[in-house]
Design a protein around this ligand. Sequence first.
Ligand code: TSJ
Length: 676
Amino acid sequence: MVIFDNLIKIFKEYFEKFTLNNKIGTVIMANNTYNSKDIVVLEGLDAVRLRPGMYIGTTGVKGFHHLLWEIVDNSIDEISNGFGDTISITLNKDGSATVVDNGRGIPVDLHPTLKKSGVEVVFTQLHAGGKFNNKSYSYSGGLHGVGASVTNALSEWLKVEVHKDGRKYYMEFASKEVNGKIKSGMPLGELKDIDVTNDTGTKVTFLPDKRMFGDITFSYEIINKRIKELAFLNKGLKIGLQDLRTGQHDEYHYEGGIKDFIKYIDEGKSRLFSTPLYFSAESDIVKMEIAVEYTDSYTENTFSYVNNIPTTEGGTHETGFKSAWTKVLNDYARNSGYLKEKDANFLGEDFREGITCVIAVKMHNVEFEGQTKTKLGNPEAKTEVERLTIQELSKIFANKDYEKIATTILDKAKIAAKTREAAKRAKEISRAKSSADNFNLVGKLAACTSRKAEKSELFIVEGDSAGGSAKQGRDRMFQAILPLKGKPLNAEKKRIDQVLANEEIRTIISALETGIGEDYNRDNLRYNKVIILSDADQDGAHIRAILLTFFFRYMRNLINDGHVYIGLPPLYKVYKKNYTEYVYSDYELPEAIERAGKGYQIQRYKGLGEMNPEQLWETTMDPEKRSLIQVTIDDAAEAEKMVTTWMGDNIDARKAYIALHANFNRQDKFDEEILK
Ligand code: TSJ
């Protein structure tokens, strides 16, 4: 099974004709040669190599990039405290990364008790406390904030330059083998005063250690996405990325901060405010910034952060905001006479239809909970965010200038409340599993014999004829087939009640048995893998995009939990007497032809329907031979934007995107990108 893609790439594929293809790289462990000199024993840092998971989560791609974020976090802290405004990240040709800021420079004076320079303390003490890493200066939490010493411990070498008080200081560290054991992050000499300088700041270069991470390299895409987010979350910050391996570079700077973030997310939608509502407040418990606006869509889009870390699963800060938002707007509706005495209050969800909001809080001692540890657990965050939000919003809505905005929100909520009633009825229909109506729907489903969800697979197959082949070719023990007659309804353009009226969609909901939206219950899922099988053409890509949009909007956890896959049917059969090879991408075709040798023939498959049951099993369904792409959402804000741009009804935005990015003549370019 191939796991490489994410929702965004799959959508890109639909418009940009990506070839779905991937190669798995092998991990090469390299040996390092260092001259060993006298070494001080540092138990502390060695612990990091012993149990890297405790400090950076994994030694995979995520952990590898974590080394960089540990460093960047320090610069962000410095700039948030009002010192400096610029961070530049460089990916060097030798695999190392450099981070430079124009802050005050890491302290160089001797630590009173440790008798070491501040620089040495920062890079050699785990969880360095006290003077040089005062917890009251920096906001850290979760895996972030374990400190720069962890990056040093897991690097082959690390070099630091500090510009401060007119002097330039330099120090180096390395992890080298002594008597068959690696000593982590050892200082190579003391901090040296090497030159004069006029500026201030810190520059750190480090090379992640191959002995820990194998052949992983820095990903421009991952870093670029994250620094853009950091630029939105830290207004005024100038942050740049330069890749000396490829020449790529990007720079971000948003004077509007999260207000600009909202505009970016809602680009391409019809926005109901001319500018997002913005407020901030601070107490000794939390520091918070919130920006809100509405679009004419029907979904809720909340993005929350704690200490610059996305809280994908929400948590107490989000709950606090939501409850304040509902209260203040209901109060406003009462006091202004918008709601009459006989009218019921609006529900929170009525106020969140079409909302886009970014909630960014900073606080100390954060606790993360939830399946992926991305849910804020601190109870004080709820009460404080709620209190401060009520306080700020009351001020805002007392101002006559905001009357129009308030009315816009109330009008939107009124429609939402009406639809809620309609949706409730529609949901009841979809929930009623035993009803005759539903029985008919699921009648199209060729169920599998096994009731074991962990082994079972559901193939959603484009077209009745391919569906027929799949039914005959499958392993009926664990593979269920759901043929789709037409195109399902594009969920992006419809309200929930309309979505639920669509027969194809209702069939899928009934088959999965989880319920949808807030009712979604992962425990009831009937299939461990939900595999979308559509033709390798534009129509097939469209169906795929429509299905993913539906899952994204109404069953997001099905994707988050890793249950959604794309099946890959072959594009060609290269064959001659006693020889057959199936080819899954244009990229691989020339090689396959070469392997076949003289006298070969090529069959191009225009659709799944052209394959007989045996061929379909052999090429696309047999778990031993098939390739699947697991659908993932790495970046919820970006995925959100893609789904609305591509699946929403703002045609101009979509056209603009395609004109900007799509290049149908450069298949090789996209192959290159995917193969990276
Ligand atoms: F992570 C790191 F240590 F490697 C690192 C730290 C890397 C980079 C690129 C920058 C930094 C960093 C640290 N930038 N700015 C600072 N600032 C301080 O450490 C600092 C400076 C002055 C004072 C003070 O109280 O005078 C306090 C601190 C924490």
